[in-house]
Ligand binder design. Structure first.
Ligand code: ASP
Length: 361
């Protein structure tokens, strides 16, 4: 009790002191505090693809809705504040649940952005997208768009008709980032619930809550607060203008299957995948490990096999590999390792050359 009383007394003293100090000191004028401003640097193009952000359902409810229903124009009309940030142009690319995104949509997005980015009046791009696969679209575009202009992907966890829908704020903050000079040259970004993530690190970590987008142990790169954009970190890996991958003349990507390992997993799945794919990614246990049965099948495979992990965080390096004919995915998740392999296979199927790419991109 005595201790509690003295803690309270000290707290009261501190508070009095602080209040007195603040009252006696001149408040910082805005000129003394450097707050990044929203820069009206040009038009922001919103490319809509569907997802929950365009979802409509029973008023107030968060599940059981129809994703990919509202149009790009509907999304823009719901956030009149966008006009204060930048002139907006809308492009409806498709309107689907993001589990139905295909390589065709990816290639269309990359080529559309690459063509439009040549227009000096365009400052940046925002793609509205379902959250299930936004990390895949983000990483694909990070490797294939050829511009320094900001490309931002966003979505929402709650449909437009729910209580406290998160789509409008996510769209507003994404347009702020896309219009911001701070975001130039940072590669493709995902903006979600006030945070900015790099395409390489971002992932979905919850099936339902509004903080479903994260970057695990790599963390966020920046913050958006009342329209101001603050960056703290950036990717060290090759992206956009420094990437070797070019899909301008490509109609379809090579096929890569992801095979998940678990106790007693049937290695016949590997044989099936190998027969029907140009490459395989294995989501192994721990640092990319799997059973003796798996090892004997993997050793006989004649197509590139990349080893990733079913664990969210951590890296896989060549010394972790159980089979000499395989490639370590570094810290790419199985779904992102598959994207890099699909792009690599456009150029080569040489294991050593592909291995180098995993430590570059
Ligand atoms: N199933 C939805 C989608 O990815 C989920 C979402 O957008 O949050 O399209």
């Amino acid at each position: 009790m005595k201790k509690l009383v003295s803690v309270l007394a000290v707290t009261a003293l501190l508070l009095t002191g602080l209040t007195g100090c603040a009252a006696g000191k001149k408040k910082s004028s805005p000129a003394e505090v450097s707050v990044p401003e929203v820069t009206k640097s040009g038009t922001v193009v919103i490319l809509a693809t569907g997802g929950t952000i365009a979802g409509v359902g029973e008023a107030g409810m968060t599940a059981g809705y129809e994703p990919g229903t509202l149009t790009a124009q509907d999304l823009i009309s719901a956030v009149p504040q966008l006009e204060d940030v930048a002139p907006i142009e809308a492009v409806q690319v498709c309107n689907v649940n993001s589990d139905d995104i295909t390589d065709d949509v990816w290639i269309t997005l990359a080529n559309t952005i690459n063509e439009m980015a040549a227009d000096p009046d365009i400052a940046g791009f925002v793609i509205t997208h379902g959250t299930d696969t936004m990390e895949e679209t983000a990483y694909f575009l990070n490797l294939t768009v050829k511009t320094d202009k900001p490309v931002v992907i966003t979505g929402s966890m709650r449909p437009s008709t729910s209580i406290s829908a998160d789509g409008p704020m996510n769209l507003y903050e994404s347009v702020c980032v896309a219009a911001s000079k701070e975001a130039v040259g940072k590669g493709v970004l995902v903006v979600f619930s006030d945070l900015i993530y790099t395409a390489r690190s971002v992932t979905k970590t919850s099936t339902y809550n509004v903080m479903a987008i994260s970057a695990g142990e790599m963390g966020a790169s920046g913050v958006v607060r009342d329209g101001a954009v603050y960056f703290y970190e950036q990717s060290t890996r090759r992206h956009t203008t420094a990437s070797r991958f070019d899909v301008s003349g490509v109609n379809a990507l090579p096929k890569v299957s992801v095979v998940y390992f678990s106790v007693d997993a049937d290695p016949g799945i590997l044989t099936y995948a190998a027969k029907n794919s140009d490459g395989i990614v294995i989501a192994g246990a721990g640092a990319g490990e799997f059973s003796e049965e798996y090892i004997s099948v993997v050793e006989g495979l004649k197509i590139p096999v990349v080893i990733s992990s079913r664990i969210d965080d951590g890296i896989i390096i060549p010394s972790n590999l159980l089979c000499d004919n395989t490639i370590a995915a570094d810290n790419l998740s199985p779904q992102k390792a598959a994207i890099l392999l699909r792009l690599a296979l456009l150029e080569t199927s040489d294991t050593e050359e592909i291995q180098k790419m995993y430590f570059e991109y």
